[in-house]
Design a protein around this ligand. Structure first.
Ligand SMILES: *Cc1c(COP(=O)(O)O)cnc(C)c1O
Length: 257
């Protein structure tokens, strides 16, 4: 018969195994980022690593904070809010930043402010307006002080099904953010490579659009591009922020929209 202390020992072993697994994966991802940077003469310090923790539990996020990661990304408000709250209970002292990278409904603009330090998936003028109103309301209520950092999300192939704003409309979207600069700070551009295209072609096109945008908005210094399968290509084309899920945490069992 197994006793409570057997169960505790098993749980402790599972945690130790998972920590070792995450440590190994993190070392490999860091090494791959370093190699991708070296191949194009970039300094790895220019490339931030966002761990995309969607579908994985807060206990994994806690282990990743122990391993020195500070930036975590989620794609669903309903999942991320409780997870961020649980992490705060598991690691009360940890300084972490949460990033929203998934499609955001306008009626979730208020809710996302409860957990997200940055929203990278801003893809319409109406969403800009909803977020600006939500930030203004939170400040009036004394719940926050600073503006919200946002990225405009570009759709490289113009296919709206995966979110993002078509490249020709990106300047207008960025201007909408800047019109609300009391509430929103434009940090950069985010994109997901289209499934059909070669990542290096897609990221080359994105890099051009990013350069054009920065001509008008030099404050938009960040390019968030590259996931587990294509971050080396994204780094070659100037990415300053890679969003890595599978390569760090393993395959996702649950479907994630
Ligand atoms: C899930 C997700 C990622 C991470 O994808 P992986 O292939 O698991 O690394 C990156 N960016 C966005 C917007 C995502 O939704």
């Amino acid at each position: 018969m197994s006793t409570p202390s057997d169960h505790a020992a098993e749980a402790g072993q599972r945690t130790a195994d998972r920590r070792a697994e995450l440590a190994g994966a993190l070392a490999r991802v860091r090494q791959d980022i370093a190699e991708a940077c070296a191949a194009v003469g970039r300094d790895p310090a220019e490339v931030r690593l966002l761990a995309v923790t969607k579908t994985f539990p807060a206990t994994d996020v806690a282990l990743l904070t122990d391993l020195g990661l500070t930036d975590f990304a989620e794609n669903r408000d309903q999942e991320a809010g409780p997870k961020a709250a649980e992490l705060a209970r598991l690691r009360p002292g940890a300084r972490v930043r949460w990033h929203m990278v998934g499609r955001l409904q306008r009626n979730k603009a208020r809710s996302v402010l409860h957990w997200a330090d940055q929203v990278q998936s801003v893809d319409s003028v109406r969403l800009v307006e909803a977020l600006a109103r939500a930030v203004a309301a939170a400040r009036e209520a004394g719940r926050r002080h600073a503006p919200l950092e946002v990225f405009v999300q570009a759709s490289i192939d113009g296919d709206p099904s995966r979110g993002g704003c078509p490249l020709p409309e990106l300047p207008e979207l960025a201007s909408a953010v800047v019109r609300h600069s009391e509430q929103l700070t434009l940090r950069g551009v985010m994109a997901v490579a289209p499934r059909e295209a070669r990542p290096s072609d897609a990221f080359a096109e994105l890099a051009e659009a990013f350069d054009r945008l920065r001509h008008y908005h030099p404050e938009a210094t960040e390019l968030s591009a590259g996931m587990s399968g294509d971050f080396a290509d994204a780094i070659a084309h100037g990415s300053t922020c890679v969003r890595v899920g599978t390569a760090l945490l393993g395959g996702r069992r649950l479907a994630s929209p």
